[in-house]
Each structure stands twice: as C-alpha cells, then as structure tokens.
Design a binder for this molecule. Structure first.
Ligand SMILES: [Fe+2]
Length: 424
C-alpha cells in the first residue's frame, strides 16, 4: 500500500514515524476537511497516540490443538496440521509478533501433553509470540490451574500475570511506543466470558500508566458482540457479561485503537468511540482463517488468510453447515449461517483509519510477487498460496469466512437437527 493513500507521518529513515503537531496539521488538513465534523482536539488525540513506527502482527484464534480427539465442527484431528500451515504463512510474512487469541488447545491434555505439543510446534516462529486464555485452555478432565500449567510460558514470554490470579491478565510493549493488553475472560466449562472488577480496576490503572502509546487490547470473548451474538438468548451465552463496562474503560482512553476477539468465529469489524473491534475466525472451524494486521501511522491494514488445504476447508464447511448453531441461526436455511461467519469483504481485507469518524476503506490490491503463480482461494477452485491474503469472494460457498468454534462447540446438537459441535 502506498503511503500516499493514507494519513501523514514522516517516515524517519523508514523506521519511526515522528508526527509533530505542525506536520500532522499540514499534512492532514485536506483529509480532515473531507471528514467534516472532526474537531481539532480529536485529531490531535489521534496524532498523540500515533507515535509508533510501522509494525505488523498475526492474530490466530481457536487452534484447539489436540491429539486423538475426533473431528466435530472443529477439525481437531487436523489441528496440528492447521497450526503448522498457518505458522508457515506467518513466517513468510515476517511479522513482528504473533498473538494467539485463546483456545490454543482443546484442553491442556493429560500431563499437559497438548500444551507441550503447542509449545513444540510454535518453535518454528522467528518472532515473539503471546497468548490470552480461552475457556478450552482451562477446561479439562480435572481442574486446570492456569499458573501451574501455563505460568512458565507466561513469564517466559514477558506476560507477567497481574494481581496474583487466578485470572492471568497482562500488558507489555511488543514494539516501542505500542502497548498490548491481554485480558483474561475465560472461565472453565463456560461458554460465557467473565471479567471481575479487579481486572477492570487493573485495566484502568494500566491504561493510565501507559498514556501516549498506541494501544491494542485482546480478549478471547467478544467485548462488542458481532451479530447474531448481540441479540440476546440464546446467543448471549457466548459473550462477556461485563463487555459494556470493559468497553467503557477502553473507550475512555485516547490511546486504544484496536480490540481483538475470537470465540464466536464471526468475521466482523465494528467501531465504537473510534476503537475498531475486530471479531476473528477460528483456525480449525470453517472458514479456517487467521488475520495479519499491518499498523501504519494513520490506520491498520487487515488481511485475512485461509488454511491452504482445500479439501479440509470443504470438510470444515460441511461440518459447520450441519451444526446445531447453523440450525439455531435458521432452521429453514442453515446454510445462511455460512455467510454470517464469512463476513463481508470489509470484514476481511480492509484498511481501518485512525482518524475520528472515518469509515473502513477497501484494502488496496496487493501486487503479485514476482516468480510466484497467482493464487486463488479454495472457493475459486485453486489452492491459494500460503503467502497471499484471502481474496475477496462473494460466493458464500467458497468465500473466506471466520469460523467461530466457541459458540458452536458447546451446543449439544440434537441428532435430528445437526451434528454435534465443538467449542472454539
Ligand atoms: Fe472459546
């Protein structure tokens, strides 16, 4: 993407954007004028938090890594294959860090075998990686102690848990001038997320102590539920009960620009108080996708990638089509749920401006890499390159979609309505 397409910033040696009040005002005047009712104050607030350099990161959610567990709506038997496939693409894209959005494993496994396998597989990454908890990470045959199972890997990655637990929420600066907040919304054996007052208090304090940094927050459960999970029973079972309170804290900050979530597997981007809320798909539930975020001085380019195993993506699609959640969405037209999880193109490949009041912009077409055959999505009948973002495809049966394993998984599907689903 050309820098000319975006809001200003002086690219200082190609590394750091150093936005001064003067350069910001001069270079953005035309753009701001086009937005109409933007105040000078809000524009400067944007500038104050856009003081980091360009960086990129991958967000992978709902890996559900396991071994010896048969497929349901989640392709558990193929979970290791899917993770390795995604990490290959991520490594090719040379991101600055990888963020796992919860449900890394279907459970830690006996003697934490699944989690140890996860640790082994991600060793291929050539960048730092971080994670938050989903309910599957802390649900097992026996009670799962977060710190006993995950403590060494939390601290080993710089994610020092706050307030002594049992919830493990943390914050760190993955690159200079950027603040990353990992919330812990997971409860064992529960589809619903929960955030206690102590975590809210810590969040307020943490944001106050890190003013001026471009801030990204992540929670496994959606704080701003995407449709249909915003429509009350039975969908509300899968959201964070305190979502509104958390959004109030995040929205009061001038630095928070992006909030990521998974769990429900819906490809959806929403905006509230100039914060972009991005609901992301699961890796092992159709449409078997993950995202890469490329953060610029003026906004965020979102790219959605799909697992490159066409036959397995089709299998995942069949599983979701016959799942209980699809029939719950529409008993007469369960296939219509596929389009919901796939989202629109502006939910998958899009530029999200930081400017107050700005709308999402269609992502520019990427130049084809030399000496590389053009790739198409699985829906376009050809196997996509692992290094190419999922192209727009309006055909429901083939379009890239987010898969929300979480909401699906814990629904016990009646035999007469559909197959059993699995949690994300
Ligand atoms: Fe989940």
């Amino acid at each position: 993407m050309s820098e000319d397409n975006h809001l200003p910033g002086n690219n200082d040696g190609g590394s750091l954007f150093r936005l001064t009040r003067r350069s910001f005002l001069s270079k953005t005047s035309l753009f701001l004028a086009s937005l109409g009712a933007l105040s000078l104050e809000s524009a400067l607030n944007y500038a104050s938090s856009a003081n980091s350099g360009d960086f990129s990161f991958a967000f992978i959610e709902g890996v559900h890594l396991s071994s010896g567990i048969p497929d349901n709506v989640k392709l558990l038997a193929e979970s290791q294959l899917f993770l390795q496939n995604a990490l290959k693409t991520v490594s090719e894209q040379s991101v600055d860090f990888v963020l796992f959005g919860g449900d890394q494993v279907e459970s830690p496994g006996r003697d934490d075998t699944f989690w140890q396998l996860f640790i082994d597989v991600v060793q291929v990454l050539n960048c730092p990686w971080y994670f938050v908890f989903g309910e599957q990470d802390i649900t097992g045959a026996a009670p799962v102690d977060r710190m006993r199972t995950y403590g060494p890997d939390l601290k080993g990655r710089g994610m020092e848990p706050k307030d002594g637990g049992p919830e493990c929420y943390w914050s760190l600066d993955p690159v200079p001038g950027v603040h990353l907040v990992g919330l812990d919304s997971a409860r064992a054996n529960s589809n619903a997320g929960f955030i206690k007052q102590a975590q809210l208090d810590w969040l307020k304090k943490d944001l106050r102590e890190n003013k001026g940094k471009l801030t990204i927050a992540v929670s496994h459960h959606p704080l701003l539920p995407p449709p249909p999970y915003d429509s009350g029973p039975p969908w509300e079972e899968f959201i964070v009960e305190q979502g509104a309170q958390v959004r109030e804290v995040l929205g009061a900050s001038r630095d928070v620009r992006l909030v990521l979530s998974g769990h429900v597997g819906i490809n959806k981007i929403q905006k509230e108080r100039d914060i972009w809320y991005v609901s992301c798909p699961s890796l092992t539930v159709y449409p078997c996708q993950f995202k890469i975020f490329r953060v610029k001085s003026d906004g965020i380019l979102v790219e959605t990638y799909q697992i490159t195993y066409e036959a397995l993506v089709k299998k995942a699609k069949r599983e979701l089509s016959s799942s209980r959640v699809a029939f719950q969405y529409s008993s007469r037209k369960p296939l219509s749920f596929l389009k919901v999880v796939e989202g629109e193109e502006l939910d998958r490949n899009v530029f999200l401006p930081f400017a107050p009041g700005a709308l999402p912009l269609k992502a520019p077409k990427k130049k084809k890499a030399p000496k590389q055959k053009a790739s198409k999505t699985s829906t376009e009948k050809k196997k996509p390159s692992s290094a190419s973002p999922q192209k727009t495809n309006n055909k429901p049966q083939t379009a890239p979609v987010d898969s929300a394993g979480n909401g699906i998984e814990k629904l016990n599907v009646p035999a007469e309505t559909g197959k059993e689903t699995g949690n994300n």
